[in-house]
Write a protein that binds this ligand. Sequence first.
Ligand SMILES: C[S@@+](CC[C@H](N)C(=O)[O-])C[C@H]1O[C@@H](n2cnc3c(N)ncnc32)[C@H](O)[C@@H]1O
Length: 234
Amino acid sequence: MKIRFETLLPNLTDVPIYLSETYWWAYVHPRAIHLFERQWLVNLILWGNFGSLRDAALDALDLDSPGSTLQVACVYGDLTATLLERAVPGSLLDVMDVLPLQLNNLARKLPTESTVNLIRCDSAAMTFDAGSYDRALLFFLLHEQPEAVRKATLAHTLRVVKPGGRIVIVDYHRPSPFNPLYLPMTGILRTLEPYALDLWRHEITDWFPADTILAEVRKTTSFGGLYQMLVITV
Ligand SMILES: C[S@@+](CC[C@H](N)C(=O)[O-])C[C@H]1O[C@@H](n2cnc3c(N)ncnc32)[C@H](O)[C@@H]1O
């Protein structure tokens, strides 16, 4: 068994307040996993786009050469399993999450011989050394975080990826006003995901530290503008 657990947050009660108050039903309550850990359901929540967004993110991560990858937060469905399948021999994968039950759930989903480190850590307070990783992936994390946490997550991600490395961010985006999902998604996000509409009002780069200098930032949108992907070369 090569799945290794590590904790950088030994206190089980160290759960960010926005998770316990806003997202208890999605991630914190033990029954949440029984409900949401279904590929068809995560695909439905993304209006049938889970597979295409997953594959676009993994293509952009440039997994063809070995190196170290940090997945910032667990994701329901087969994102991590697919990442591991696509990684070339000699690659390293660390997946961090602030909730032990989400890391345990991920371990259950992966083949037991997977080479992966599952690390309990807060994305807003990463203690990894600067330049520890060749790549980092944030898949639908930022819209769940209040602004101060989101800024800290981005600052740490930019810090821990080495110069020349790649960061891929996939998340919500303001759709075109002609997108038939514009109004339904406004209502859904306003009701269930109170921080998500920030991503409709701002560019993700607005939350980078002021002194950030990057080699390249490429932004693409899909599904009538409802989703965005940033591919960043540090
Ligand atoms: C990546 S996001 C959402 C992904 C997507 N909606 C899905 O289908 O899973 C969900 C994960 O982020 C984790 N998370 C939220 N805030 C975090 C933080 N500050 N540090 C680390 N993990 C965090 C939650 O525990 C949860 O496992």
